[in-house]
Design a protein around this ligand. Structure first.
Ligand SMILES: Cc1cc2nc3c(=O)[nH]c(=O)nc-3n(C[C@H](O)[C@H](O)[C@H](O)COP(=O)(O)OP(=O)(O)OC[C@H]3O[C@@H](n4cnc5c(N)ncnc54)[C@H](O)[C@@H]3O)c2cc1C
Length: 291
């Protein structure tokens, strides 16, 4: 099936207007942002929304702002702008690492941060990135907004905290001293989804890891936050033994399925290798910033 089911279409002219339409239309309404995930699903009739609310004119949702204590990114910020952002390159290079290997320029010119997180596909790279850096997701509704940690945003495959009458407006990432981050991914061919990917963020205090975020893509039903690895890393000193332990935890704590991208054992092995590799780079970047 290559033709979407019939739907009504509305072009939002304000965030308030989009939220009002979502509230009025209820469960059968969907936001469309870049459309690179939703339209393929509609063509396959895996999604059949009765109403589409197009937010592409809401340029007030497309920004990357550095404040004193956090970086704020609008939900409509495109992949290409995340890839090229000097603010993110300075504070969270994990974004540019991931964006370089997300799809191709056509998708990156159009796809958005909000759409990536709301799609809640386990293989989505930016969900792991946002989990690792400890992002907070801002969800707007008719009475205001609520803020949900990324670790609680995904409720399951293709399911999020966003309810009827709500939309994601912004992602906030706390700025902390001594930070470094990195994303590592293996794909079958350029532009493909991950076989496995790992995002790591660390915050160093001298030679010690004060805090860490570690998340995996494509090796479970949702993005996997490796809490056991995070606990181990907090208070530790970088060493080969530590990297090996994190690698082992990543292999053990993921739950991949066998598919065209590879068997379970291979994906577990890959998750471990990529987690350790991203950890090394994140630490090296954090230490380089401190000098
Ligand atoms: C060929 C191809 C390869 C790809 N490869 C990768 C890859 O390697 N890695 C990767 O991470 N991604 C990949 N993608 C996905 C791409 O990153 C998409 O752009 C992204 O998943 C969705 O962003 P979008 O803006 O297009 O969202 P849309 O398709 O417009 O929307 C996706 C979902 O999010 C909802 N939504 C969108 N914005 C909001 C909002 N602000 N509030 C509430 N709900 C919202 C929609 O209703 C829909 O349910 C690929 C896509 C394609 C077509």
């Amino acid at each position: 099936m290559q033709t979407p089911a019939p739907f009504e279409y509305e072009r939002a002219t304000s965030v308030e207007g989009a939220i009002a339409s979502l509230a009025r239309l209820g469960a059968e309404a969907r936001i469309i942002a870049g459309g690179h995930s939703l339209l393929p699903m509609m063509k396959l009739r895996l999604a059949m929304p009765e109403h589409l609310i197009d937010i592409n004119d809401l340029t007030e949702l497309a920004y990357i702002r550095e404040l004193s204590e956090e970086v704020r990114i609008g939900a409509l910020t495109r992949h290409v702008d995340l890839q090229r952002s000097a603010v993110l390159a300075r504070h969270f290079p994990v974004f540019a690492d991931a964006e370089r290997v997300i799809a191709d320029p056509v998708v990156r010119n159009r796809g958005t941060l909000g759409g990536s997180l709301c799609q809640a596909d386990a293989a989505e790279d930016l969900s792991a990135v946002c989990a690792a850096v400890g992002a907070q997701v801002v969800i707007g509704h008719s009475a205001g907004e609520r803020v949900v940690p990324m670790s609680e945003f995904h409720l399951g495959p293709y399911m999020t905290e966003v309810g009827d009458g709500e939309m994601v407006t912004e992602v906030r990432i706390p700025l902390r001293r001594g930070g470094g981050s990195a994303h590592e991914k293996v794909e079958r061919r350029a532009g493909d989804w991950a076989i496995a990917a790992a995002s790591v963020a660390v915050w160093m205090d001298g030679g010690t890891i004060a805090d860490a975020g570690v998340a995996l893509s494509a090796v479970g039903p949702t993005t996997i936050e490796l809490t056991r690895a995070q606990d181990l890393l907090r208070g530790s000193t970088p060493a080969d033994e530590l990297f090996a332990q994190v690698s082992q935890i990543a292999s053990e704590d993921c739950s991949p399925s066998a598919d065209g991208r590879g068997p379970v054992d291979y994906k577990r092995h890959l998750a471990g290798v990529l987690a350790a590799r991203a950890l090394r780079t994140a630490i090296a970047r954090a230490l380089a910033q401190e000098v």
